[in-house]
Write a protein that binds this ligand. Structure first.
Ligand SMILES: [Fe+2]
Ligand SMILES: [Fe+2]
Ligand SMILES: [Fe+2]
Length: 434
């Protein structure tokens, strides 16, 4: 049952990028397309495979700091960048940088993302930044603006002249002129444009890479998912500590259910990633404590489907995926989105369902206090009685309540400190730019 094989890192980042772009149909696949355009430019510059890999990852994640629909739409407007002071458009770039910088394999990409809306003139003044980092962020910048200019409804080959004219109008002031020259050369190749609009896939990427991107071991995946849980949670103060709490609960329950060390690590990864699909939900909706419209609720209801979809695009993550993604399924088949029943829900998936409910009702939120021991046990026991969640796991929770609950509280307190630091750092960064 256990799969503990290396996971292709690029697959994971690729599907995460797709998920964040689901926030609005007009920006569908934007990260992927930017990565693809940037890769084509890198290819013309004959950069080495490892630099190309860096550029692809930075391209895929460049707007990861744009949490709300508003941020996304601003970043997707060509004029916005030129009309307003850079600090406004740089907000999401700074946030993205802060979230990614602590994770070693992504620290270089974090730097590139930080400067991806700097104009050429501004970037030239950054004398203490590595030249390559600056060049790569200028590549992402240009690729980003090219994709923004592509009309999604009209034939792509019709638009080439207009797009090029607009870009070259801003050459030197906003874009690195050498890169605009590369674009001038690329623009005449029909395949370049047709590739962009026909959903560039991983194979198209590797066609240019010339080597196999790095694989992640379980330990690396654990580091990555821990970092990523911040990106999932920090989008709203309402969810800021949730994934950490779920992870502490699910890992404690797994250990008490005699899962092996490796299985407990896998459970930890599943906990950090269980709400990954929430990246497809605009922060504006996450921030609404009550009174969601049916439309808004439908958007939220899709989140576990997207967790599943994202993780199923990644090789060797099947078990972790099933533990992470089925947390809103019920034993009697009334859950969502797959309406699985008892025979489709493994012990790991059942543990996650209990952990998610338990954390959701006991955690403090900005608008309400968490439930007490008696209140929360009453809720999970009633759900077990109604065949929604597993009664044996609920008994383990009841028997070890204090141990599990204090592990949850410690984890969420830690996350809360990290969240405050993140906000603080971010506010300081913004103020110092004024
Ligand atoms: Fe951006
Ligand atoms: Fe969820
Ligand atoms: Fe959750």
């Amino acid at each position: 049952m256990l799969i503990n094989r290396p996971v292709p890192f690029l697959d994971l980042v690729l599907s995460i990028s797709e998920a964040t772009d689901l926030i609005d149909l007009n920006i569908n696949d934007h990260g992927k397309r930017v990565a693809f355009i940037a890769l084509n430019i890198a290819n013309e510059l004959e950069l080495n495979p490892s630099d190309k890999h860096t550029i692809i990852i930075a391209g895929l994640l460049h707007d990861i700091g744009a949490f709300s629909l508003q941020d996304k739409l601003k970043a997707a407007s060509f004029e916005f960048e030129f009309k307003y002071e850079t600090k406004e458009i740089n907000k999401h770039a700074e946030l993205g940088y802060m979230l990614l910088r602590k994770f070693k394999p992504l620290s270089e990409m974090a730097e590139i993302i930080r400067y991806h809306h700097f104009t050429y003139k501004e970037a030239e003044k950054l004398t203490d930044i590595d030249k390559n980092i600056l060049l790569f962020s200028q590549i992402i910048h240009l690729a980003d603006r090219i994709d923004i200019l592509i009309g999604r409804k009209n034939n792509i080959l019709n638009q080439v002249k207009d797009i090029y004219d607009k870009i070259s109008e801003y050459s030197e002031e906003y874009f690195n002129p050498e890169l605009v020259e590369v674009f001038d050369y690329l623009k005449s190749k029909e395949y370049f444009w047709l590739d962009i609009v026909s959903n560039p896939q991983i194979l198209t990427f590797s066609r240019f890479l010339g080597y196999l991107p790095l694989d992640f071991s379980l330990d690396k995946i654990l580091d990555f998912s821990k970092m990523f849980s911040q990106i999932i949670d920090f989008r709203s103060s309402f969810t800021a500590t949730h994934s950490k709490g779920v992870t502490a609960t699910s890992t404690a329950l797994a250990r008490l259910s005699n899962f092996s060390d490796t299985e407990c690590k896998m459970m930890e990864v599943a906990g950090y990633l269980h709400d990954l699909g929430k990246l497809s939900v605009p922060a504006e909706i996450l921030e609404k404590p009550a009174g969601l419209t049916t439309d808004e609720f439908d958007i939220i209801r899709g989140h576990t489907y997207f967790t599943y979809k994202i993780l199923s695009n990644v090789a060797n993550l099947d078990t972790i995926n099933s533990w992470a993604s089925f947390h809103h399924e019920c034993l009697d088949g009334t859950g969502y989105p797959f309406h699985l029943k008892e025979d489709g829900l493994s012990l790991g998936s059942r543990i996650m369902a209990v952990s998610d409910i338990f954390t959701a009702i006991t955690e403090d939120r900005p608008y309400r206090k968490g439930m007490t021991k008696t209140e929360s046990l009453k809720i999970v026991e009633t759900m077990a009685k109604n065949n929604k969640i597993d009664a044996d796991i609920v008994s383990v929770l009841k028997l070890n309540y204090d141990e599990i609950n204090s592990a949850r509280i410690i984890a969420q307190n830690e996350a809360s400190i990290e969240y405050k630091e993140f906000r603080q750092y971010y506010n300081n960064a913004l103020n110092s730019k004024k």
